[in-house]
Design a protein around this ligand. Structure first.
Ligand SMILES: [Zn+2]
Ligand SMILES: [Zn+2]
Length: 203
């Protein structure tokens, strides 16, 4: 079975469906995002579990569980191949965007980053000729997708502390240093593997 590291073990909506099939068919294509519900729907149609209806692949995504915490303290901005990348740091579920003090510019900025991140994740997940290209872009701290995401997270942080989830392929070694500021990463973190306090970055 997949290790419990990475996003699968971290986001409950994903964790819930994680055991529906063995890790076997998806070993080649990495572990965490590639074994998420949506990633699996999208990529692994051909090795779908018996319990899945193939027509689900052509339906809009199911509504994700929403955070019901009394107060929102911090946000984690993470692309999980859904339309809403804003997650509660306490319960890890999606935050209904109306609960945050977002302007329409904020929404456009976050959603613009999310759609680019979505596109690259999908190219990476597809494991075809675009996989290496997409991974390079997702790992490049100075590339457009990360610069845009970090900028959006910084803007949102001026209203509520916001962590940016930096891409990591679970098949690779965990880096010692932050990809953005190069300072040593902190491993004392609840539900990510590493964090950089300096950049407010999770991975
Ligand atoms: Zn919550
Ligand atoms: Zn850093």
């Amino acid at each position: 079975m997949a290790s419990r590291s990475g996003l699968v073990a971290i986001f409950p909506a994903i964790d819930r469906i994680r055991d529906e099939q063995t890790d076997e068919p998806k070993r080649r294509i990495g572990r965490f995002l590639k074994s998420t519900f949506i990633g699996r729907r999208w990529v692994i149609g051909s090795v779908m579990s018996q319990t899945m209806n193939p027509f689900d692949l052509l339906r809009p995504d199911a509504v994700q569980e929403q955070c019901e915490c009394d107060s929102l303290e911090q946000v984690v901005m993470v692309n999980l191949l859904t339309d809403n990348p804003l997650h509660c740091i306490k319960c890890r579920k999606e935050i209904t965007p109306e609960r945050l003090p977002l302007t329409s510019d904020d929404v456009r900025e976050i959603s613009g980053w999310n759609s680019i991140a979505n596109a690259l994740y999908k190219l990476w997940l597809d494991s075809t000729e675009y996989e290496i290209y997409a991974k390079e872009k997702l790992l490049d701290p100075n590339g457009h997708v990360n610069q845009r995401g970090l900028e959006a997270a910084r803007h949102l942080s001026s209203k509520i502390p916001t962590w940016f989830w930096f891409f990591r392929d679970a098949d690779d070694e965990i880096p010692d240093n932050c990809p953005v500021c190069c300072q040593p990463l902190d491993s004392d973190v609840k539900w990510a593997e590493r964090r950089c306090m300096n950049c407010r970055l999770y991975m």
